[in-house]
Design a protein around this ligand. Sequence first.
Ligand SMILES: NC(=O)c1ccc[n+]([C@@H]2O[C@H](COP(=O)([O-])OP(=O)(O)OC[C@H]3O[C@@H](n4cnc5c(N)ncnc54)[C@H](OP(=O)(O)O)[C@@H]3O)[C@@H](O)[C@H]2O)c1
Length: 248
Amino acid sequence: MHNYQAPNDLLSDKIILVTGASDGIGKEAAISYARLGATVVLLGRSQEKLEDVYDLIESAGGPQPAIVPLNLESAVEQDYKQLADTIEQEFGRLDGLLLNASILGDITPIESYPVEQWARVMQINVNSQFAITKALLPLLKQSNAGSIIFTTSSVGRKGRAHWGAYGVSKFATEGLMQTLTDELENTCAVRVNCINPGATRTAMRANAYPAEDPATVCHPKDIMGLYHFLMGNESLDTKGQSLDAQPK
Ligand SMILES: NC(=O)c1ccc[n+]([C@@H]2O[C@H](COP(=O)([O-])OP(=O)(O)OC[C@H]3O[C@@H](n4cnc5c(N)ncnc54)[C@H](OP(=O)(O)O)[C@@H]3O)[C@@H](O)[C@H]2O)c1
């Protein structure tokens, strides 16, 4: 799946929402989903950055995307309900949901981890993902092949010193994916999986590893095979998996 080569029309007629579509991996995923034919709903906190992604998609001749400026730190249930209502009015369903937005928080031992920062990381990386998934699930059930992709990390599979709230938030993400998979089993056509992108050249990576030469880690473009596979209909039988976007 790392080397999956998507056919040009893999996602034609699909409606896909990407969180954190303004930068890094989410931006690349949104642009490439549009290139493969999807109408993409771009969610992020910076309207300006989302407009840049919108322009890139439009100038490449992709289907006209939609922009949803929303700060996942402060959004409340009503915001997610409004988002679901808007998507329902515009499209009547949702075929794909890529839950990609996250923050890193502090890299520090638990003993000195700031309590407020812990809550902030959990709010953005976990609570908002639950709330948006809850609100959008009825629309995903309207699809004949709905796909939810959560974003995990190697520190969310085995605890690592100093990765604090970020690592714990990714354990929770894996748990949410597994819980949903079990609940949806045999009840609807929505499948749920996690992607671990692995080391990827983004602002978050540079923040976590300031001494690293960015040229030594791969570009978001290089890891898109799995992102495409899990959104396309060739992955209909892939459920409840936590998969690596890069070979080990
Ligand atoms: N890069 C890696 O090496 C790596 C490795 C393992 C896992 N991951 C995971 O991959 C995913 C993408 O990471 P990345 O490296 O692409 O990170 P990134 O470059 O920092 O991008 C994060 C995205 O999330 C958005 N975001 C952050 N806080 C938000 C909020 N409160 N409301 C709405 N949007 C918000 C950012 O918006 P702004 O543009 O406004 O900042 C940005 O679009 C994350 O889940 C991360 O944990 C990354």
